[in-house]
Write a protein that binds this ligand. Structure first.
Ligand SMILES: [Zn+2]
Length: 500
């Protein structure tokens, strides 16, 4: 695997992280390496890789300037993941006070093999408050031989007291030039020729992820993937999902299959693309996603139309499909099944193509009522906008702030609204919010809940805002009746598996 084989082993190979590398090398040179660092930045931006290089250099028996030799026993042990004085802790699964207490006991002991004992705590923001307190005590008086590297994707969740004890280094996702450098390096080392146009294509398909780019390059070089056949647009395909057009989506997949594009590459690209849509809903900008303005506009539109809940559902389904794809007797089948789940039956599917309309009882509301859409009279939809009226765009743009403001009042109210979406504005200041479960609607419509929502609306949009809730079409056959964090965790975990 290229991405493993070419994982950077010294500071000079950290393409795109020149600032970070320079800061660390400078500290090594002056013998002023901090005892605690926070490495913060998105997943796949090289935090752990960099931490290992630092651990290796601190322990190298024969360093070359500020670089590890990669030949001595310690360097080799780190590279092979068996160096006893490099301790990697997953903060997500070791987040309690007892875990940190154990760490504090062991940290006093001298290094087993090397000169420095290096602790990498990944996802450190997951630690409990008590665990952070215990960690703080260690950071205040670290043994001379101990070094901490706290890696996180969410710097804002780390207590100020911890931050004040650490040097903070910011990691960014690779730029196009950095990806190109890396791919060229691999081609040189492998002694293969890949045309500049193919390199460019790989970069544009890989959406800023080193691992994606390296995997695609490998598929081209080793697997003989023909990139001229990788022209199908994941954005066009997603259009079918937005329109809930099952037939369109299936036909699109069929065309890809017939045309000979590698479906596993397509599904990987699709997953990356849907993930980008999710990031857009989280407020991530065009710059970070490395897409041009026009694509970004289209992506934003698709993201808003799909909505958070449905997007997460689609991602989960396509991730499962990607997993199955390797073993499926018909390569396109897992993707087709995912499409069946995602594009639920609605008017978009001609009735002669739709299967049975029967919905299993466990998918129905507790009341037993079928899912139905409350129609909004046409006249209200086309009510002319007036000066000072709220637009749906404004509301959608500020929806996240609304949710944040509601949280202190009532957590479950926030959770309920997270699974809803602003649908339209009526007559200026009246917002219609679409919910997908009857009991959500009932609870949100209770006077005290409505009061909280309207109070927050007043503070976000100015006085006089009103809100009403309608029951929308349930497009996604979720089995849970409450919004589930589990879905996101699955997606996060699986995205990590894709190295992005
Ligand atoms: Zn060495």
């Amino acid at each position: 695997m290229y991405y493993l084989k070419y994982r950077p082993k010294d500071f000079s190979k950290l393409f795109g992280l020149e600032d970070v590398a320079a800061a660390l090398k400078n500290a090594l040179k002056k013998n002023q390496v901090a005892h605690a660092y926070i490495f913060t930045g998105p997943k796949g931006s090289g935090k752990t890789t960099t931490a290992r290089i630092l651990a290796k250099t601190l322990n190298c028996e024969n360093p070359k300037g500020e670089e590890p030799c990669n030949e001595c026993g310690h360097c080799r042990a780190v590279n092979e993941g068996r160096f006893l004085d490099l301790i990697e802790i997953d903060g997500a699964s070791h987040r309690g006070i007892d875990d940190i207490r154990q760490l504090r006991e062991k940290i006093k002991l001298a290094p087993t093999a090397g000169k420095a004992k290096v602790y990498i705590i990944d996802e450190v923001h997951m630690l409990t408050a008590e665990a952070f307190n215990a960690l703080l005590k260690t950071l205040e008086e670290p043994p001379a031989h101990a070094y901490f590297i706290l890696a996180t994707t969410e710097l804002q969740k780390i207590p100020e007291t911890i931050k004040s004890r650490c040097q903070i280094l910011h990691f960014k996702r690779g730029k196009k030039e950095d990806l190109a450098k890396k791919l060229e390096l691999i081609c040189r080392e492998e002694g293969v020729q890949v045309s500049p146009s193919d390199i460019e294509k790989i970069i544009s398909l890989s959406e800023g992820g080193f691992r994606n780019a390296e995997t695609l390059l490998e598929q081209v070089v080793v697997g003989g993937l023909d990139l001229s056949r990788a022209d199908f647009s994941v954005a066009d395909f997603t259009e079918n999902l937005v329109g809930n057009d099952r037939r369109g989506a299936l036909e699109y997949l069929n065309r890809i299959f017939e045309d000979g594009e590698n479906l596993s590459v397509f599904s990987q690209r699709l997953i990356l693309y849907l993930r980008s849509l999710l990031l857009i809903l989280g407020g991530v900008g065009a710059e970070v996603l490395a897409v041009d303005e026009e694509s970004y506009k289209r992506m934003s539109r698709q993201a808003q139309s799909l909505g958070r809940e449905r997007l997460i559902f689609a991602l989960t389904k396509f991730l499962a499909a990607a997993d199955l794809g390797r073993f499926a007797p018909i390569p396109s089948l897992p993707l087709e099944l995912a499409v069946f789940d995602i594009c639920a039956e609605t008017g978009a599917v001609p009735s002669d193509r739709a299967e049975s309309k029967e919905i299993p009882a466990d998918l129905l509301e507790p009341s037993g009522g079928k899912i139905k859409k409350e129609e909004i009279p046409e006249s209200k939809k086309s009510a002319p906008q007036q000066e000072g009226d709220l637009t749906l765009e404004e509301i959608t743009a500020k929806w996240e702030s609304v949710l944040k403001e509601i949280r202190p009042f009532n957590h479950s109210l926030e959770a309920l609204l997270r699974s809803a979406r602003p649908k339209e504005t009526e007559g200026g200041k009246n917002l219609v919010v679409e919910v997908f479960y009857k009991f959500h609607k009932d609870r949100l419509s209770e006077p005290r809940n409505r009061e909280i929502v309207e109070k927050v609306f007043d503070s976000v949009f100015g006085p006089g805002a009103k809100v009403s809730f309608i029951l929308g079409e349930k497009k996604v056959p979720l089995r849970e009746t409450e919004p589930e964090r589990g879905n996101e965790d699955i997606v996060t975990a699986a995205l990590e598996a894709f190295g992005s």
